[in-house]
Write a protein that binds this ligand. Structure first.
Ligand code: ADP
Ligand code: MG
Length: 319
């Protein structure tokens, strides 16, 4: 899976880059109204999209629900969702070798929320993220990023979408080995022909604890440092949506907590929306909602999870 995604990333990088004026407008708004390095401590309540920042926290826990067949239609897939899958199917191979990695998944990711995706190994978590981010093509069904139906975009529009609106933290990092950590982090900006927001860059590398590793190449960094570099790269352009595939998988428990707090804060303060795959119930407890996959199907979800609730549900699902 990592190899496929890596090849796709490289092909995206080799394509000609076009500017996206709508995104540049959004960046201007963020720079004007969003938190600057100085304003982050304590956070300023900026007004973005008509909402006051920093006022929404997780809502109180509600009971575990097992999802039933959804009656959503393609026409519904607009509005407040940052991303949405409708009847998503992904089949790999054919005949005896056929694997149904996603089996009619209908799922809505709300804007400015932190959602964890859990499930046993092979349950389709990475495939779901790759299909939703336009890195893999579903066999059938529809995916939306905001109002855009990903399957209807041409190559240029898809490149723009992935570059401007989505950040992806890959399970296998996908850092470019010949570039330093700093060059990897600013790569999305260099590809888009933009200028680096030095304050934001400094903030990211400080928060992620890699400020003293910026001149190192990936081979000279630990797995955890590479993972944090990949996180900084995903966030450098402040995309509206981050897909993070096991972003704490290579971190010790302290670094893992710091990363999760950073992700939580980027939702609360920077208006990010995050979809994170994790195996760790404590990691999932940082999210607003946890959705559970098994055999390519959506089999349950928990709102405002605690680690205990997640563990109980995992036990129930046998994962
Ligand atoms: P998870 O991330 O939950 O561990 P994946 O999405 O990686 O699961 O995989 C879901 C299923 O699809 C698995 O059975 C896996 O072996 C299969 N799969 C994933 N990628 C490919 C591929 N490129 N070719 C064939 N089968 C694949
Ligand atoms: Mg995976």
């Amino acid at each position: 899976m990592g190899g496929v995604a890596c090849a796709k990333i490289e092909s995206v990088q080799s394509r000609r880059i076009h500017r996206n004026d709508r995104h540049l407008d959004k960046c201007a708004v963020l720079r004007e109204d969003g938190p600057s390095l100085r304003s982050l401590s304590p956070p300023r309540r900026a007004r973005v999209d008509g909402r006051v920042a920093g006022t929404h926290r997780r809502e109180r826990a509600s009971p575990v629900t097992i999802t039933s067949e959804s009656s959503s239609t393609v026409e519904d897939a607009r509005g407040a969702s940052v991303a949405r899958a409708v009847d998503l199917v992904k089949v790999y191979g054919s005949g005896n070798a056929e694997v149904r990695a996603l089996d009619r998944i209908t799922l809505d990711f709300e804007r400015e929320k932190f959602v964890a995706v859990m499930g046993p190994s092979g349950s389709g978590k990475s495939t779901l993220m790759h299909c939703m981010a336009g890195l893999d093509v579903p066999t059938s069904g529809h995916t939306f990023i905001g109002e855009l139906e990903v399957g209807k975009l041409d190559d240029t529009e898809l490149t723009q979408l992935r570059r401007d609106r989505i950040g992806f933290i890959f399970q296998s990092f996908n850092l470019i080995p010949t570039l330093t950590a700093l060059e990897n982090i600013v790569l999305p900006i260099n590809l888009a022909g933009g200028t680096v927001d030095q304050e934001w860059l400094t903030f990211l590398v400080d928060q992620l604890g890699i400020a003293d590793r910026l001149s190192h190449h990936p081979a000279e960094m630990s797995g955890g440092q590479q993972q944090r570099t990949a996180c900084a790269r995903a966030m450098i352009r402040r995309p509206e949506l981050i897909f993070a595939d096991e972003p704490t998988g290579n971190l010790d428990s302290n670094s893992s907590s710091e990363m999760l707090e950073f992700l939580r804060r980027s939702v609360n303060e920077f208006h990010q929306s995050i979809v994170m795959v994790t195996h760790d119930a404590r990691a999932a407890a940082h999210a607003d909602r946890v959705v559970f996959l098994a055999d390519g199907r959506l089999v349950g979800e928990i709102a405002a999870p605690t680690a205990d609730m997640v563990l109980e549900q995992m036990k129930r699902l046998g994962s």
